[in-house]
Design a binder for this molecule. Structure first.
Ligand code: F6R
Length: 365
């Protein structure tokens, strides 16, 4: 049942290239740059005209939502707000029929997300669901929605469901841009970038042994910091969440530029810092953040792009991954972070598939 893997989590991490193709199947037509999202077709024009979009979710699904915010604002230029479902429902949110609410949930049963969905409907908003479990309560109660089609996720730590959520949000952002903010040629280019992702993820999975070696060096750490920017700031949050939930090491994710406003005080020789350092517009800024960590004796693990010569000099460890257009990079950068958490947790003899105190579906408030 684990397909030859020691744990469901590892199996699900390694399934991602296939799952990603499944998520795109029937939804992406490369030759003419068409995005088909059957589940929301009837609502598409209404969503395009929304005053704003509010995304509500919890945990890893909330991180996917943050990436969704960056993607929808970048591509479709519609203003997006992302909220924890648990906060949203208790703060009397300003919402009416001109707003669209997107709820994201792997299980489709998360109590807080369900309550947020019901409140949004009560206030007259159109509610779209992005769920993995077919026929789940959230999927049934939304006005319309899209399934992630990631297949059953058994490991409590969400991996393939997360990348599937990001792909659905990416496709939604493109569908909302068509005829408005992006021309057909641009949409086609972004679809091509997305279609190239599964094979690139396959290459990243080949780094498994290298990541295991890094995990051996840091398995006894007490703390760990994850830094990224832009589309990859939520990936830093997700990397930290993965580590803390399965290895019980305290970890924090931050936007890299925020380091100087506080977290830098934590840096010493016992603090590993994971940098998402792709070659993009903020690359040189990230390099100076890395230098700041180095000069305080922090240990640097960098996720960088193949061919990047500079970073090897600065970082203690570099994981080289294929380069890609900015908007798809979260789908690549998150993979080594999932694998790193997995190895650190198993080296610490933690039960990765069933971490303490956590449940796969949180149906209590
Ligand atoms: C993280 C994790 C949790 C869930 C959260 C939301 O790996 O598993 O943080 O992401 O409980 O669950 P869903 O997506 O089922 O609503």
């Amino acid at each position: 049942e684990k397909g030859g893997f020691d744990h469901f989590m590892l199996k699900e991490i390694f399934e991602q290239p296939t799952v990603m193709k499944d998520v795109m199947r029937g939804r992406v037509r490369l030759d003419d740059g068409l995005v088909r999202l059957g589940g929301i077709e009837d609502y598409l024009e209404q969503i395009k005209g929304a005053r704003r979009i509010v995304i509500c979710a919890c945990g890893t699904s909330w991180h996917a939502g943050l990436i969704g915010e960056y993607l929808i604002e970048e591509f479709a230029r519609i203003s997006v707000e992302v909220d924890y479902a648990s906060e949203f429902r208790y703060r009397n949110p300003i919402l009416d029929k001109n707003d669209v609410v997107i709820v994201i949930s792997q299980s489709g049963e998360t109590a807080d997300t369900l309550a947020a969905l019901r409140l949004a409907k009560e206030k007259g908003a159109t509610v779209i669901g992005i769920c993995n479990v077919v026929g789940s309560t959230i999927a049934r109660e939304t006005h319309c929605g899209m399934y992630t089609h990631a297949g059953p996720e058994i490991g409590v730590a969400s991996t393939k469901a997360f990348t599937a959520q990001v792909i659905v949000l990416y496709l939604l952002a493109l569908a909302l841009s068509k005829g408005r903010t992006l021309d057909d040629h641009e949409i086609e280019l972004y679809l091509r970038e997305l279609s190239a992702v599964p094979d690139k993820v396959g290459k990243i999975l080949d780094l498994n042994d290298q990541i295991l070696a890094i995990a051996r060096s840091y398995k006894d750490s007490k703390n760990c910091l994850y830094l990224g920017r832009g589309f990859n700031f939520p990936v830093a949050l997700e990397g930290a969440l993965k580590l803390k939930e399965i290895s019980y090491i305290h970890a924090e994710g931050y936007p890299a530029a925020e380091m100087k406003h506080g977290p830098i005080a934590l840096i010493d020789e016992d603090m590993p810092v994971v940098f998402i350092a792709n070659c993009d517009a903020t690359y040189t800024k990230i390099l100076s953040n890395i230098e700041e960590v180095r000069s305080r004796k922090g240990k640097v693990i960098a996720i960088a792009n193949e061919g990047d010569e500079d970073i090897g000099v600065l970082a203690d460890h570099v994981l080289y991954i294929p380069s890609a257009a900015g908007p798809v990079t979260p789908l690549l950068n998150v993979i080594p972070l999932q694998i790193l958490s997995y190895h650190i947790a198993t080296l610490r003899n933690c039960n990765v598939d069933r971490p303490r105190n956590l449940a796969k579906s949180v149906t209590v408030e």
